[in-house]
Design a protein around this ligand. Structure first.
Ligand code: CAA
Length: 294
């Protein structure tokens, strides 16, 4: 079993990030907790304070998503979500593959009765129930279920050589973990239709142009870039971060008026928190805020 020490990655990250405003200055008040280390198909670490990293680690099968791996991912994400020390989560894979999709060998002999009765892959979308920000750092292949898993994240960064696609059509099936729905909402109907119906792949550059990913980074620095962003997010008040994620996600499901009302209600509710008092007082007193998630 592999494990990553906090020290190694921490030492690769700059001690201070180039924050634009003083309110963003990181006050190091988090202590790292030891995540569970006895996973077989993933590596879980806390490479920087406040950030949990989940690394898919089944390289021989290009991180093909079979049930044991998905169960571990779900377990690790839920543990991070309920850990007060964690403010953001990064999910990543290897340099050759984020994940090459659902495990075709696991699926090939399944019958309709089996997959229907047990609602096969329904639990894949557990990642969307995580309330803390989830960043996907995608190097290499993100195909089929791999692309779908990335799209469950709140922010996707791609490595320069990332390859995205929903090639299920070539297997006689269609995407089953959100590909037809999320890809369409993210890159538009015509493009999604083209790539889902042909099974063609698209590049990191195209994914950036179409808004699927928010940044493309060199392969070697991709994960550190995701960690930096996650660390910045984790430095902010946890309640505000959680509310912001909730508001954005809610807005993708409803009409504008309903979304705006929801946003305003959450905005109002944050005035009941100590973090709001602290954030605004710190601004007025020209000092860095110390948020406690209260
Ligand atoms: N399932 C199971 N095993 C997989 C796999 C997958 N999705 N993708 C790769 N592997 C395995 C290969 O079988 C191979 O194993 P062996 O060494 O034991 O033969 C190993 O990973 C390395 O793969 P390749 O030799 O094929 O590597 P490559 O560099 O030549 O090709 C690739 C890479 C283009 C990604 C190719 O592996 C490929 O096309 N994979 C399948 C992609 C795919 O169709 N994904 C969609 C799956 S269906 C799905 O995801 C449904 C859903 O919506 C939930």
């Amino acid at each position: 079993m592999q494990s990553i020490t906090s020290v190694r990655l921490t030492s690769r990250l700059p001690l201070t990030f180039n924050h634009a405003t003083r309110k963003s200055q990181i006050v190091s008040r988090f202590s790292t907790t030891a995540p569970r280390l006895d996973y077989e198909h993933i590596i879980v670490s806390t490479p920087v304070p406040g950030v949990r990293q989940v690394t898919l680690n089944r390289p021989k099968a290009l991180n093909a998503l079979f049930t044991p791996l998905i169960l571990e991912v779900n377990d690790a994400l839920k543990a991070a979500d309920s850990d007060d020390e964690v403010g953001a989560i990064v999910i990543t894979g290897g340099q050759k593959a984020f994940a090459a999709g659902a495990d075709i060998k696991e699926m090939k002999d399944k019958t309709f009765a089996e997959v229907y009765k047990h609602s096969f892959i329904r639990n894949w979308s557990d990642a969307t129930q995580i309330r803390k920000p989830l960043l996907a750092a995608v190097n290499g292949y993100a195909l089929g279920g791999g692309c779908e898993l990335a799209m469950m994240a709140d922010i996707i960064y791609a490595g320069e050589k990332a390859v995205f696609g929903q090639p299920e059509i070539k297997l006689g099936i269609i995407p089953g973990a959100g590909g037809t729905q999320r890809l369409t909402r993210l890159i538009g109907k015509s493009r999604a239709m083209e790539y889902i119906l042909t099974g063609k792949t698209f590049t990191a550059k195209e994914a950036l142009e179409w808004g699927l990913v928010s940044a493309v980074h060199p392969v070697d620095t991709l994960v550190d870039e995701a960690l930096k962003t996650a660390s910045l997010i984790a430095s902010h008040g946890r309640l505000a971060v959680q509310a912001a994620k909730e508001a954005v996600n809610y807005g993708t499901q409803v009409g504008l008026d309903q979304g705006l009302l929801y946003e305003r209600r959450l905005f109002h509710s944050l005035f009941a928190t100590k973090d709001q008092k602290e954030g605004m007082s710190a601004f007025a007193e020209k000092r860095a805020a110390v948020f406690k998630g209260e």
